[in-house]
Ligand binder design. Structure first.
Ligand code: MRU
Length: 375
């Protein structure tokens, strides 16, 4: 996507030194656009944990690059078992950074499987580099295809309503949450680019405000008409007929179609269900957890520091970014980062292979290779 008209990916090898990875530090947006160098696997784990990079697809890609950095750190002359120990430890450290998005463990496991097939240090470095690039390129390709499929849904609504299509989204499942395009935003960008008139309601998404800070910023960079709303506004807008569809991303989806996504998604799905508003979840196949069936029982929900609830940061009238307290100092706070929306509230999934109902059968129709062998 473009930043000040210049195309960017959210993660890449530093063109001047391919032993270093570059990321956009998302903690500084929308006030500053800072590209940072990440030179070792521990720094990559810290970048994921501190949310310099965030979003399911991007933390998967970051973990892929983190394993490449880990391969570069193998000491010369290391035995096969020492190499394996080093890589397993790096993988464990990366996986421990954030528990909910499945892309992280998916990317580490993919790297470890590829690395196991190569005995030499040089071989491992090359395999890890190629695998990291493949994970990133695949993410771009899958999100682009999600855009093509989702565009059809938006075009269909336009044909029916004959006025700009109003789409509500929650959190940031935009290009910042992936390597490019985004998942929930890919259909929006695709529709905008072919001239479909549309408008996006952007949930601010407390407590970290990824909607207000990131989704609003990227939509503005791409010239997409949008309005930031307080999180509690969606139900009212749906009742008033001002939302034609909801599109969110996902951090982990079970084989039965339950969706873990940013806290507050479940409430939007309930409101959409009550008002007959189609509720779509857009995701690449790297966000499916085919081993889990019951999202509410089985998906680990990250709990983050209470300071994200008790404090808020923003730019003051002097242009200085500050953090200020919101709550009485003696009041405790709780900070659940994700919730689970049951499949029954979801109209469909938009994936790189097409659109399907949010049912086990629907998912297996798109991903037949995942159907367990009968008998
Ligand atoms: O905690 P974050 O910002 O990493 O949360 C992930 C998200 O951005 C959302 O849950 C998003 O909708 C799904 S990730 C594509």
């Amino acid at each position: 996507m473009r930043v000040n008209q210049k195309p960017y990916r959210t993660i890449l090898l530093n063109p001047a030194n391919r032993r270093v990875v570059q990321i956009i530090d998302q903690r500084q947006l929308p006030f500053e656009f800072i590209v940072r160098d990440i030179a070792n696997s521990e720094s990559m784990a810290a970048a994921i944990r501190d949310m310099q990079v965030r979003g399911a697809g991007l933390i998967g890609a970051a973990a892929g690059y983190g394993m490449y950095l880990a391969a570069l750190e193998i000491p010369g002359g290391a035995s096969e078992s020492a190499m394996t120990r080093h890589l397993n430890e790096a993988g464990k450290r990366l996986k421990a950074t954030r528990p909910t998005a499945v892309n992280l463990e998916w990317a580490v496991e993919r790297q470890l499987a590829a690395l196991a097939a190569t005995p030499t240090i040089e071989g491992k470095i090359e395999v890890a580099r190629m695998t990291a690039l493949s994970i990133a390129d695949e993410d771009v390709d899958y999100c682009r295809r999600i855009g093509e499929h989702g565009l059809e849904l938006i075009a269909k609504i336009l044909r029916r309503t004959e006025r700009p299509v109003n789409i509500l989204t929650h959190c940031n499942a935009g290009w910042l949450a992936f390597v490019d395009y985004g998942s929930a935003t890919a259909p929006i960008y695709a529709a905008h680019d072919v001239g479909i008139p549309l408008h996006v309601w952007v949930d601010e998404t407390r407590p970290r405000n990824q909607g207000a800070r990131l989704t609003a910023w990227e939509l503005a960079q791409h010239g997409v008409n949008h309005t930031v709303i307080a999180d509690n506004t969606g139900g009212h807008l749906m009742q008033q007929g001002q939302v034609d569809m909801v599109i969110t991303g996902a951090d982990r989806v079970t084989c039965t179609g339950d969706v873990a996504n940013k806290i507050g998604t479940y409430l939007k799905a309930l409101a959409a269900h009550d008002n007959g508003v189609p509720f779509y979840v857009a995701l690449p196949s790297s966000s499916f957890d085919w081993k889990k069936r019951d999202g509410a029982l089985e998906i680990p929900i990250e709990q983050r520091g209470d300071d994200e609830v008790t404090f808020i940061s923003g730019m003051d009238s002097d242009g200085v970014v500050r953090e200020v307290r919101l709550t009485p100092p003696q009041s405790p706070a709780a900070n659940f980062a994700f919730d689970v929306t049951p499949a029954r509230l979801i109209t469909g999934f938009i994936t790189e292979r097409g659109i399907c109902p949010a049912t086990e059968e629907g998912l297996f129709s798109l991903f037949p290779e995942r159907r367990p062998p009968s008998g």
